[in-house]
Design a protein around this ligand. Structure first.
Ligand SMILES: Cc1cc2nc3c(=O)[nH]c(=O)nc-3n(C[C@H](O)[C@H](O)[C@H](O)COP(=O)(O)O)c2cc1C
Length: 494
């Protein structure tokens, strides 16, 4: 029985020579597109004007607190197009693959996106009728699950990010809860950046009542669960809100839609850890600074200034659509401005600021950056300073730790996310594990988008030998690496 985030993380660690071969049951491959039969569909458009700003303009501007009077269907189309739509169809010898605006471990896309809305002004043709909707990715359409006003009077939109357990468990089994959370973190950050690019206010909230959210969405919580909620505040509206006690149970057919395959295998570790992270633990004490609690204690911190200009090759909307996982890294020296820009991306606010910035700390390995000593560094996001933990060429070593994915050795940077699982647990209970993994995924999405905007390759890495990673990074016993991303110049961008 899994009793904490730390225990789950240890339990699902990979160990060299102990990885049991797992044959994929292709006949039972989960469906990655959820659809609700017999629901009213609202088709969204992909042919809508996109924001012009660059990625760095968007992350650099202050969050707005100007509440929109209403949000048109065109704006809603834009939000879903940038946040989670299909952006490319690619062919490979065995078939076709549909990329989305966010990456996903193994391309299994466990996450689903739902939205509830209310209209402050009288409904018009340009507005979406108030209700709860599911985003059908393959159709770029909204499926109406409930009609009515369910949001508080000052809330215009509420997004729910869920994960369908078996989609990733089919391949990654018990380890898959890590990917549910990381993938969800990517999606939350992508959505938040989209809202920011459209000048909308937002409030990310991962401390919500799980049971209430799952009930409202009509999920079968053994199969699919809500992991994060993002609100768009709106004008106070006069129309009444349905009381929670009046929220009916959705039809059984809707609950059944959480099933993705005829023969789903239940992995108790997943429901156990999820159940533990479902408990809200109100801690009066803020988390201590993780940087001083993972073990390496570098002495000399140096500020990394922002570059004179950000070397962007395309604007934000183009980067959101063009984003892919690229692995064809070349050992070519990277000008310093790219490095400074990547650091800037991680130090600016985001969904990350909403939760606790201390939940994870960031380190990186560098090689091949002009004017930067190769080595292992820690990053202090509060003042954008970095400290050298040890100098040397470590990319090859890390590629070996990451299940011998040798191409990783040719990147210019490896960013990794680390936390002290015991401290998280003490301050936030098992929910802290959820926070930390969502944060790591969110920062990962920023790195992907920033790298793409600058014409660099990027790839997230969830597969690594856990103990080897902790040993190499000189972490103390309760600390662990959660996620890694490689960034660098690539042979062919697209
Ligand atoms: C949490 C996470 C873990 C990942 N782990 C790996 C990995 O270990 N190795 C790898 O080559 N790609 C990894 N990827 C990249 C996915 O394979 C990729 O996102 C997916 O195939 C979809 O392709 P796209 O990102 O080009 O759209 C990971 C992505 C995420 C979000």
């Amino acid at each position: 029985m899994i009793s904490s985030g730390r225990e789950y993380h240890l339990h699902t660690g990979y160990e060299r020579r102990k990885l049991s071969g797992h044959l994929l049951d292709w006949a039972n491959q989960p469906d990655i597109y959820k659809e609700y039969p017999r629901t009213e569909k609202v088709m969204l458009s992909l042919d809508v004007p996109m924001p012009n700003e660059t990625f760095f303009q968007i992350i650099g501007k202050a969050d707005t607190d100007i509440r929109p009077e209403s949000i048109s269907l065109e704006e809603i189309s834009r939000i879903f197009a940038l946040a989670y739509s299909i952006t490319l169809k690619s062919r490979y010898p065995g078939g076709e693959f549909f990329h989305r605006s966010v990456p996903s471990a193994g391309g299994l896309y466990p996450c689903e996106l739902y939205m509830a809305n209310r209209n402050a002004s009288e409904s018009s043709e340009q507005n979406l009728q108030p209700g709860l909707y599911h985003y059908a990715v393959s159709k770029h359409a909204l499926e109406r699950l409930r009609p009515g006003n369910f949001l508080e009077k000052g809330c215009a939109l509420r997004f729910f990010v869920t994960a369908v357990f078996f989609r990733s468990a089919w391949k990654y089994r018990e380890r898959s809860y890590r990917y549910h959370l990381l993938d969800a973190g990517h999606l939350v950050e992508n959505l938040v950046l989209t809202l920011k690019s459209l000048g909308l206010p937002f409030r990310a909230n991962d401390d919500f009542e799980d049971r209430e959210a799952n009930h409202f969405l009509g999920l079968d919580p053994q199969k699919e669960v809500c992991l994060a909620i993002i609100d768009v505040p709106g004008m106070e509206s006069a129309s009444e809100t349905s009381r929670l006690s009046e929220i009916e149970t959705l039809p059984e057919a809707f609950r059944e839609a959480s099933r993705t395959s005829q023969k789903e295998i239940h992995y108790p570790a997943l429901t156990e850890i999820h159940e533990k992270t479902s408990r809200l633990t109100a801690s009066a004490n803020p988390l201590p600074d993780m940087l001083t609690n993972i073990c390496p204690r570098p002495i000399s911190w140096q500020n990394i200034p922002k570059p004179e200009t950000f070397p962007e090759k395309m604007n934000y909307a183009e980067a959101a659509i063009m984003r892919r996982s690229l692995r064809n890294f070349v050992r070519k020296s990277l000008p310093k401005a790219y490095y400074q820009s990547l650091i800037k991306i991680l130090c600016e606010g985001g969904a990350d600021d909403v939760g606790d910035k201390n939940a994870v700390c960031i380190g990186f390995l560098t090689e091949n950056i002009e004017g930067v000593e190769p080595g292992y560094y820690l990053l202090n996001r509060r003042d954008a300073s970095a400290a050298l933990v040890k100098s040397g060429f470590f990319m090859e070593k890390m590629a070996h730790i990451c299940l011998d994915q040798e191409w990783l050795a040719h990147a210019a940077l490896h960013f990794f996310f680390v936390t002290n699982l015991q401290i998280l647990e003490k301050h936030q209970g098992a929910r802290g594990y959820r926070h930390a993994m969502l944060r790591a995924g969110g920062s990962g999405q920023r790195i992907y988008l920033g790298a793409t905007a600058m014409g660099l390759g990027c790839c997230g890495i969830g597969a690594f030998y856990d103990k080897e990673a902790a040993e190499f990074l000189e972490l103390n016993e309760p600390s662990a690496m959660l996620y890694l991303l490689a960034v660098g110049q690539v042979k062919k961008f697209f």
